[in-house]
Design a protein around this ligand. Structure first.
Ligand code: IYR
Length: 221
């Protein structure tokens, strides 16, 4: 990135009371987010998907390299090709490639090799991480690519939730088939597949509890 110098920061600050209110209400809001497997085929506008992805792309990244590409797929032929290839890999995963312990850990979620949601959800976003950039055929290094892509995925998931839509972080494995289907260059590696859409009216989610404060925070105050 060519530096254009520094400009004043234009972020918003609040009173202590308002800060607390906003922190708590955002926690409540995000704590209501769930990963969903039941998608309606109700359309979602391309301009909505644009804004969700641009939110993701506003995430911080190593040396501001923004080492990611998002493929936004509405095309039914492409979705169907992706579903068939993903299910082929997942079938192998659920029938021998995953350990007994892993299958046991997943049993509460009702997952299996069937990935019908890829056909049904109006949009599939495939996020690819760029291990390096290719600028005029020359390799240019990216930094903390895994961390940067993970943060951008978090931004994307929260933007989807904020829009009243739902998603699921699906990681078909191995994912190389996506590079071929989407014809992506060798510096881009598939990272996550996220169906995006509205939930069905009868959608259900596992009755989970989240870890309590004592299990996730160690205070040094
Ligand atoms: N990738 C498989 C299996 C799977 C693995 C984990 I870890 C999950 O939290 C859920 C599923 C699949 O998508 O079905």
């Amino acid at each position: 990135m060519k530096s254009k110098g520094f400009i004043p920061y234009k972020g918003q600050s609040y009173s202590a009371e308002e800060t607390q209110k906003r922190a708590k209400s955002y926690y409540d809001y995000m704590n209501a987010r769930r990963s969903l497997r039941f998608f309606s085929n109700k359309p979602v506008k391309k301009s909505v998907i644009h804004d969700l992805i641009m939110t993701a792309s506003s995430a911080p990244s190593g040396a501001h390299k923004q080492p990611w590409t998002f493929c936004a797929i509405q095309n039914t032929v492409m979705k169907s090709k992706i579903r068939i290839a993903a299910e082929k890999e997942e079938y192998e995963n659920y029938h021998g490639r995953m350990s007994e312990d892993w299958l046991e850990d997943l049993s509460a979620f009702g997952t299996d090799w069937n990935k019908e949601f890829i056909d049904i959800a109006p949009w599939i976003i495939i996020m690819l991480r760029k291990s390096y950039d290719l600028i005029d055929g020359k390799k240019s290094k990216n930094y903390y690519v895994q961390e940067s892509a993970g943060i951008a995925a978090g931004f994307l998931i929260s933007a989807i939730h904020n829009a009243g839509l739902v998603t699921l972080t699906h990681t078909p494995s191995p994912m190389n088939f996506l590079s071929n289907l989407l014809d992506r260059p060798s510096n881009e590696k598939p990272f996550l597949l996220l169906p995006v859409g509205y939930p069905t009216e009868d959608a259900v989610v596992p009755d989970l509890e989240r870890k309590k404060e004592e299990e996730v925070i160690i205070w040094f105050d």
